[in-house]
Write a protein that binds this ligand. Sequence first.
Ligand code: ADP
Ligand code: MG
Length: 532
Amino acid sequence: MPEYSIGSTSGRGDVFKDKDKPASMRESNITAAKAVADSVRTSLGPKGMDKMIQSGNGDVTITNDGATILNQMKVLHPAAKMLVELSKAQDIEAGDGTTSVVVIAGSLLDAASNLLAKGIHPMQISESFQSAALKSCEILQGISQPVDLSNKEALMKSAITSLNSKVVSQYSSLLAPIAVDAVMKVIDPAVATNVDLNDVKIIQQLGGTIEDTELVDGLVFSKRSAGSGGPSKVEKAKIGLIQFCLSPPKTDMDNQVVVSDYSQMDRVLREERAYLLNLVKQIKKAGCNVLLIQKSILRDALSDLALHFLNKMKIMVIKDIERDDVEFVCKSINCKPIASIDHFLPENLASAELVEEVVVGTSKVVKVTGAANPGKTVSVLVRGTSKLVLDEAERSIHDALCVIRCLVKERALIAGGGAPEIEVACRLMEYSRTLTGVEAYCFRAFAEAMEVIPSTLAENAGLNPIAVVTELRNRHVQGEKAAGINVRKGAITNILDENVVQPLLVSTSAIQLAAETVQSMLKIDDIVISMR
Ligand code: ADP
Ligand code: MG
């Protein structure tokens, strides 16, 4: 333990005796965070590798998504946790670029640690990095191209770029249109400034291949209808969503009823029957022929007897609707959740052309199509041969949706394949010549740090990173702003010809968030253990 002597016995010079500690603390934080960044580096880009993550209970995840990898990784060092948070922040802000942001942060930390070793004060470094990040965003804005939401081809290209670096990349030409159509259905392109991705529901269904993935304009329940005697197809459906239970009532308190003879037993059963029959009759009276029942945690939401009555009356039943899904269901078909039987009135029901149970893969799902007043929602039915594939497909579609969302938020595109990062590096280098002193030094270090993206892309694609980065730099200085790494040909070409484009927001947010994290990490000079 260091000794801090504040007493009067020692001289004034003793007060900050332990001057080395903040420096070594910073060093250890940077080392820990860099280790995390290095671990995801190999996953960057279309030729990046995937990670197999094993959880404590034996579950396995295969993924290429930076946010998912870091989220599941057991990280102990508090400074390393900052990178996990960084990746999460990028996931929320942009949805894509979650690996890039961590790789950039790692490289910036590396640069910072070199500057610290030269004796530059951490505050000076962090301030210069911050202004360099701002400058980078300006540069990126300068090279971006505006995109119109009616330009479906451009949206498709950026979705394909995002999907290309995923495990499911061979299906990117199929999944990209689904993502674009899904987002376009839930927004009004003329006025939208954001997309609520809760309006796009992704439903996994085992069986078939990813090629069978489809966009359903309507509602899909990933379960079959309850009971065996009920209808499996209802035309001109009247749909009611109930939140109360169709089962014998229970008392609020725990109590016991002792039944001592048969006649009493008979009465209990008769009462129960009459009670349930009454409920079901009221439902039928309102004209309902498809009943959705919210899951209940207190008791059975639907007793067998009630189900039997419903089936008899030709009412299709879909039970166990999750509480979280109720809002989506209501928005999709425009109905109101009904909380008690007294409110089960015709005006609270929704109409749809067709509610049908269909066989999909190994099991059945229920599709609701042709709603009379459809809301702006859409469902994507993802198919795959195993749970691992399905999960990764869902994550990849989510990334593609996020890319389109970025374009709705900020309607500009830039080239991919390392081109923007190299352009930023070259322009910052140029700019640093107008600066003087320590700031110029820091700007130059920042510029060099940005080259990590093209060099990693090259490395992962099996190319020589030094040769590639040197040539890229050369071409960009000569004014070829779109020269990037063409991983398919293993050469440097105009990356716009390859249709590799990404939203501006993904890159600007990655640079800004990474610089912010590095800034806050440089400001830390000690780790204190809390008492709690
Ligand atoms: P992230 O999680 O950061 O999105 P990815 O694995 O998706 O990581 O890789 C994104 C990087 O790969 C971006 O820098 C992008 O420009 C680049 N990239 C994507 N597709 C291609 C391609 N076909 N050719 C070259 N680079 C590509
Ligand atoms: Mg990506």
